[in-house]
Design a protein around this ligand. Sequence first.
Ligand code: ADP
Ligand code: MG
Length: 404
Amino acid sequence: MKKVTDLQVKDAKVLVRVDFNVPLKDGVITDDNRMVAALPTINELLKKGAKVILLSHLGKIDFKKEPEDIAKAKKKANMEYLFPHLQELLPGVKVCFSPATRGEELKAAIEQLKSGEVLLIQNTRYEKGESKNAIDLAQEWASLVDAFVMDAFGSAHRAHASTYGVPEALKAAGKPVAIGFLVEKEVENLTRCVDVKDSDRPYVAILGGLKVSDKIKVIESLLQKCDKILIGGAMAFTFKKALGYEIGTSPVEEDRLEFAKRVYEEAAGKIVLPIDSVETDAFENYTIKRVVKDDITPGFEGMDIGPATAKLFTEQLAGAKMVFWNGPMGVFEQDAFALGTEAVCKAIAELPSCFSVIGGGDSASAAAKLGYKEKFAHVSTGGGASLEMIENDGHLPGIDIIRD
Ligand code: ADP
Ligand code: MG
């Protein structure tokens, strides 16, 4: 796989697929992390004297809706909101914006671009063909440039026109395609979690969060690779119920009970479940909050793993050389139920010489909120993409298409 550093692109038009899908509130960026994360690749290309053209999606546009709803969605997801901030992030660089996503206007904007300048294109999802990987759209975008760099890790699990069709068309035309710095780092670290070296064992996975159904493939994949899987969060209750425990009104997926039972049995001791929980009489505005062993009281809800489980998980983590963590251990958004997640963060942070990885949006927020983000060797920027990377043994369409 070619890297951005391998490209010779002086005076060349380089299309960079970035992930500028930042959260916006009334047109104001509330977190610019994703834009900042793309800067090393953009700056490298500028240093090489390229003309840098940035392409990204932003938000969602449902083309099945009524025209006025589509217009509203487009207004909300206008890439132009990001333009002033991009200028700030690239001081001394001329940055332009193209409201056109295709046609003569876009072509002219690209032709006018000089070496060392940047052009930000309007939201890829303004085009109906983007999510469908429409061949005419991909070929048009590809025809406008000399090279392509994939740096949108958070979008690499989607085979869309901007993530798949464009590099496919450029490759067919014999033009160079490469990955950027952000994707390079993600691929390196997440591949290590699926291509497990002996020196990275014992390898422990910690899974939590809301739904078993979201993570069936991850569980199956990790069972093949890990030495131990610790399961907490709401997800644990589907397993506990499948094993015959009382779970009260805790979240459960009835249609996954059989899966949970089968996987638990097949894992033959590899899966470790909570031995106590923090239960409440209501999700919000509760009057009773207490720790219970094994079973939840009927009418009560499990909100977090209990202290005995936190201790058990800490013991299970001792000696681990590699840890992959996805999914909070409890409702960490409420401070009263963040202790289990914090205990797991602390246990991982204190492991000597352990390669620790977080994959998952809420888990990354939890680690940041609790002050442990810097303690991890790698915090993936792509929630869904990082999980799919684990599920698919290190493969994602938007990355595989870059490979030679
Ligand atoms: P990630 O984004 O890291 O993959 P998920 O999206 O699967 O994680 O799950 C995160 C959500 O799971 C959080 O909003 C958290 O409140 C919720 N959660 C964790 N434990 C429980 C629980 N016991 N009851 C209800 N919700 C829970
Ligand atoms: Mg989530």
